[in-house]
Design a binder for this molecule. Structure first.
Ligand code: MN
Length: 233
């Protein structure tokens, strides 16, 4: 029998699970752990294939976590700072560790966002305040997708395409190289697409445009809306 009390506890547990990755960014960063994917590797088929998801999460993201922990171990003074604080002001970290943190801690931050920005179900398009803001800034959802895809296509080599709230609190499209984060630009991420070849090569090979087109089928607009709200705070 599901009592009212056990239901409340289950609901609180679900809310906590959803909140954990973001909360983790605000806590002492070392040692970092690989967050669970939150859905099966095959959940995003046929748009994103299961083997890509497994290697991307269990190997690539895990390597960023291990790489970041190795650097944080050597810099105990950084344990007082959150992941967001470190990445927002990389100029303040020891120069010898800066590139390693940009790549590995940035990789951990970006991918933790990315897994949550994809979902097998959920809202298929933005609603409410985010929809209004997108329509105001870009004209329509289709125009936004075009702009993000264009940023992803123009990123030479590896990197990311982002919808962010910029330092003037306006929606904007930016692209970052490698594992650089929007935080370095003074921007807060709303939605981001990984355009490294490891995100699509097994299924789409060299056809990044096909991957970008497919990606929108799994975009989690509920999470994007939550990021938008948090970014305004
Ligand atoms: Mn990646």
């Amino acid at each position: 029998m599901i009592t009212r009390r056990s239901f409340s506890r289950a609901a609180a547990g679900a809310a906590l699970a959803v909140a954990l990755p973001r909360a983790a960014f605000a806590q002492t960063p070392a040692p970092l752990s690989l967050p669970p994917l939150g859905y099966p590797f095959a959940a995003l088929e046929p748009h994103i294939d299961a083997m890509t998801m497994e290697i991307h999460h269990d190997k690539h993201h895990a390597a960023y976590v291990n790489g970041a922990n190795a650097i944080l171990d050597k810099n105990p003074e950084l344990s007082k700072k959150s992941v967001v604080e470190i990445l927002s002001n990389l100029g303040a970290v020891p120069e010898a560790s800066r590139a390693g943190l940009r790549n590995n801690l940035g990789g951990h931050y970006n991918h933790t966002l990315f897994w949550e920005l994809m979902a097998p179900g959920g809202a298929k398009e933005p609603a409410g305040d985010l929809k209004s803001a997108i329509d105001g800034a870009f004209g329509s959802l289709d125009k936004l997708k075009e702009a993000v895809n264009d940023a992803g296509m123009k990123r030479f080599g590896s990197g990311w395409a982002w919808l962010v709230l910029d330092k003037d609190k306006k929606l904007a499209i930016v692209s970052t190289a490698n594992q650089d984060t929007p935080l370095e630009l003074g921007a807060k991420p709303v939605l981001g697409v990984d355009v490294w070849e490891h995100a699509y090569y097994l299924k789409h090979q060299n056809r990044r445009a096909d991957y970008l087109k497919a990606w929108w089928n799994v975009a989690n607009w509920d999470k994007a809306a939550a990021n938008f709200k948090a970014a305004q705070g």
